[in-house]
Design a protein around this ligand. Structure first.
Ligand code: FE2
Ligand code: FE2
Length: 348
């Protein structure tokens, strides 16, 4: 099934859950007003409706899954974007809803873990790292046919346009993710994150800032901001939400270490395929600078990350389990996202 068909299913399916738009409409009220305006009963009703949305998503309802991730991404917007007017950031009511959405999202990822897999993690840092990489190499997401076949050989200009829209939720704000996840770190880990962040900042050259380079692609394809949210599928929203979730909670630092490390490690081979497609289609050079750059820079980032962030963090069993958990969340969620994006090969 194509992304378009998926999105259509999700968008019609979400109409069954008016709570998504209802809560969304509360987010541009001030936190104080909002908290003062709702009665205890109304708050309980909102929680009930969100729990129902979560339950339906868990049961496999695509509209509910889309609504859950759309709402989560909008609430995260309160703490990841500078507002132009008052917002409900800090609202107790919103926080209650947020926790329900986050807990359901985390439970879904945990349910995807192969039973006992975290118990298999080696206890020494270097075998642990090799084991993490082996998990990735043996995972179906590794060298996924979406990149190796579809993007490389078949994708049209329109497919690439849609591809970058879906990718914007992580690539479009990788610098902020690093900034959030580094809080509270020290020593080699903080230095590595700082170096990575400085690369994101183009090492001080504004024209080389990675988010700026990424946005050049949007100019090639003429993608207006309001088209962005409308075009994101549930799994694309989920990728962005998982990244924010893991980077903003200090308790989930080790999960973020695994999640972001794997994101960097998988990027170069994927981007080789994107560059190939770009050249095959003869698209303007300005739009491919970001991907070309990351083929080399992200192999360096992944190596530095593994050595200076993963290894020092892997000092206890609790930390190793959590790093592996974050790594697997990335592998599994990325696989589902790419599976969904695979066009029906029979139709080609
Ligand atoms: Fe980057
Ligand atoms: Fe990177």
């Amino acid at each position: 099934m194509s992304t378009g068909a998926h999105l259509l299913d999700q968008k019609t399916g979400v109409e069954v859950y008016p709570v998504v738009e209802e809560i969304s409409s509360l987010l541009n009220r001030s936190a104080q007003d909002l908290d003062a305006s709702l009665t205890t009963g109304e708050r309980a009703d909102l929680r009930k409706a969100v729990s129902e949305l979560n339950a339906q998503s868990t049961a496999g309802d695509q509209g509910a899954f889309y609504g859950q991730q759309l709402l989560l991404s909008r609430i995260y917007g309160l703490s990841t974007q500078l507002p132009e007017a008052p917002t409900a950031e800090g609202s107790v009511v919103v926080q209650e809803v947020l926790r329900l959405l986050e807990q359901a999202t985390m439970a879904t990822e945990d349910a995807m873990l192969e039973p006992g897999i975290l118990d298999a993690a080696p206890t020494e840092p270097s075998p642990f790292l090799s084991w993490l990489k082996k998990l990735a190499r043996e995972h179906r997401v590794y060298k996924h046919p979406y990149y190796r076949e579809f993007i490389r050989h078949q994708a049209t200009e329109d497919d690439l346009r849609n591809y970058v829209i879906q990718e914007s939720v992580v690539d479009g704000r990788f610098d902020d993710l690093l900034a959030m996840m580094q809080v509270g770190t020290s020593g080699a880990a903080k230095m590595e994150i700082a170096e990575n962040f400085w690369d994101e900042m183009g090492n001080g050259d504004p024209s080389q800032v990675h988010t700026h380079l990424f946005n050049q692609i949007f100019r090639v394809f003429d993608i207006p901001a309001d088209e962005l949210e409308r075009s994101l599928t549930a799994n694309a929203l989920l990728s962005g939400n998982l990244a924010v979730l893991l980077c903003r909670y200090r308790q989930l630092y080790p999960e973020a270490v695994g999640f972001l490390g794997m994101t960097e490690w998988l990027a170069p081979d994927r981007f080789v395929q994107v560059v190939h497609a770009w050249e095959r289609l003869g698209l303007p050079d300005v739009g491919i600078v970001y991907h070309k750059l990351h083929i080399t820079i992200d192999s360096r980032h992944a190596a530095g990350w593994f050595h200076n962030v993963v290894v020092p963090a892997a000092e206890s069993e609790r930390m190793r389990r959590a790093i592996a958990r974050g790594t697997l969340w990335r592998l599994n969620s990325s696989a589902r996202y790419l599976d969904e994006r695979m066009p029906d090969l029979a139709a080609h």
